[in-house]
Design a binder for this molecule. Structure first.
Ligand code: FAD
Ligand code: NAD
Length: 467
């Protein structure tokens, strides 16, 4: 029950996967809860313009490419696909509508008040939402993130020539040439969508390799696979400007280390160089809160900020900007507010790139593990996995990294058609402190892609069966 001086026990600001999950858990724990959301629908970036719509387009374009690219014909299915982009967009919108509506239903079910509007602090326990003061004993900031702008490259999603991820989900026609700035997750996922549908895609990446933060072997192999699929990469290159000329954009590119500039013409430019925390407009100074150098809100292990009664979770706090990380933090934060012990193990957060094949990892990269001590590594190619081979999915591998002395698994990395599904067992094993031997001696169903994880674990001691 809310203390009479307060309108709510818990007020969550932002209804993304961090915020809406925190609100539901708080309500489940008997706390009087409200959630302020400025967007017209619940679900945040993830459900509205992120994870869900991008996966809707990835899934549909995967089918299209399987039909158009000859993969179906190889299996005896002759089809001549015709692209109906409006219908493809329609099923994306349906997925978003269904899922955001589902959160609205869950709010009603759990008696969570949805306060419509952007919240702004007026003191350390009160916010203004659409002109109304709301006082809460606990306030969780879950305002998420938005696209990092690139100076000299102005995004205009309405025009559809220089776009961010939101604009790239909605293109009305397949561009002849798409230039993706940034070889990270968004660039590769959305670049893959439009390449599959017929665009020539060029990816300009500042660093010497794509997918920063991932295991070195995985980055190299992924680069090879995407090149084979037809994406052209310009590594160690920066975009210094992009100018719209008629229906095209002209980009100026320079070597990252300096040197002669070149120009590149594109029908669509996707700016995907990262995301930054949403804190503008919150008036954090009124609450007495400060940001760190990266513009994030710092918290302790319990998700408490420096101000008593104010908590923060998700993309607005340090750590990987991932929906499942935000969700887990939301649950733990609400449990801590209710006096329970909510914990998130930040060492075991899986990450997945939903390309074809998928790329997934959890725990340390081989490079990071070696910095901490001696390691043993087991690798198994998907080409030697019976199911992947039968399904004509030869690309990729699984890699298990274990502590040389204790055999405890420190990291698992996979490139495989269903790597995103496979990585869950690795995360669970690591959460239970598994050794590579534990995984190697766990019975895996046959024939499954997951057997490659077992074999890679067996390879840690040099004894895989199928290579
Ligand atoms: P958000 O989802 O950003 O939600 C924050 C909400 O707060 C927003 O709705 C915003 O309107 C609201 N808000 C902001 N300020 C205020 C205010 N002052 N008052 C009221 N409301 C406010 N992650 C994955 O794990 N898997 C994926 O496949 C994946 N795909 C992605 C694809 C794309 C194209 C993008 C852009 C992101 C993707 N992500 C993915 C990242 C994922 O969307 C984020 O990590 C996740 O949404 C973060 O959740 P959050 O709750 O912290 O914030
Ligand atoms: P990212 O950090 O994944 O990649 C950005 C890339 O841009 C990096 O490789 C970086 O080196 C490069 N870069 C930066 N400045 C550049 C410049 N001036 N010129 C050329 N390259 C430049 O960022 P993103 O792809 O925009 O994604 C943002 C966030 O959204 C990520 O943190 C990710 O976690 C999240 N996301 C996750 C998923 C998923 O889980 N499948 C999908 C999409 C987005």
């Amino acid at each position: 029950m809310a203390n009479e001086a307060y309108d709510y026990d818990v007020l969550v600001i932002g209804a993304g996967p961090g915020g809406y999950v925190a609100a539901i858990r708080a309500a489940q724990l008997g706390l009087k809860t409200a959630c302020a959301e400025g967007r017209e629908t619940l679900g945040g970036t993830c459900l509205n313009v992120g994870c869900i719509p991008s996966k809707a387009m990835l899934h549909a374009s995967e089918y299209y490419e399987a039909a158009a690219g000859g993969a179906m014909e190889k299996m005896g299915i002759k089809v001549k696909p015709q692209l109906d982009l409006d219908t493809m967009h329609g099923q994306r919108k349906d997925a978003v509508k269904g899922l955001t509506g589902g959160i609205e239903f869950l709010f009603k079910k759990n008696k969570i008040d949805w306060l419509k509007g952007y919240a702004q602090f007026t003191s350390n326990d009160t916010v203004d939402v659409a002109g109304k003061a709301v006082r809460a004993k606990n306030i969780i900031i879950a305002t998420g993130s938005s696209v990092t702008p690139l100076p000299g490259v102005e995004v205009d999603n309405a025009k559809g020539i220089i776009v961010d991820s939101t604009g790239a989900l909605e293109l009305a026609k397949v561009p002849a040439h798409m230039v993706v700035i940034g070889g990270g997750v968004i660039g590769l996922e959305l670049g893959s969508v439009w390449r599959r549908l017929g665009a020539k895609v060029t990816c300009v990446e500042f660093l010497d390799q794509i997918l920063p933060g991932m295991d070195g072997d995985v980055r190299k192999e992924a680069n090879k696979i995407f090149k084979k699929q037809g994406i052209e990469f310009k590594l160690k290159t920066k975009v210094t400007s992009a100018e719209v000329k008629g229906k095209k954009a002209v980009l100026t590119l320079e070597p990252a280390a300096g040197g002669d500039a070149e120009t590149l013409e594109a029908d669509v430019v996707l700016v995907s160089i990262g995301r930054r925390p949403n804190t503008d407009g919150l008036a954090l100074d009124k609450a007495g809160l400060e940001l760190n150098k990266r513009g994030q809100i710092e918290t302790d292990h319990d998700f408490r900020t420096a101000v008593d009664g104010i908590w923060a979770i998700g993309d607005v706090v340090p750590g990987p900007m991932l929906a499942h990380k935000a969700e887990d933090e939301g649950i733990a934060c609400a449990e801590n507010i209710a006096g329970q012990t909510g914990i998130v193990n930040h060492d075991v957060i899986p990450s997945v790139v939903y390309t074809w094949p998928e790329i997934a990892g959890v725990g340390l990269t081989e490079e990071a593990a070696k910095e901490k001590g001696e390691v043993k590594v087991g690798k198994f190619p998907m080409l030697a996995n019976s199911r992947a081979k039968t399904n004509h999915e030869p690309d990729g591998f699984v890699k298990v990294i274990a502590d040389a002395k204790t055999d405890r698994v420190l990291g698992v990395w996979c490139i495989a058609s269903v790597a995103g599904t496979m990585i869950a067992q690795a995360a669970q094993a690591m959460e239970f402190g598994a050794t590579s031997e534990d995984i190697a001696y766990t019975c895996h169903a046959h024939p499954t892609h997951s057997e490659a994880i077992k074999e890679a674990a067996m390879a840690v001691t040099g004894k895989p069966i199928h290579i």
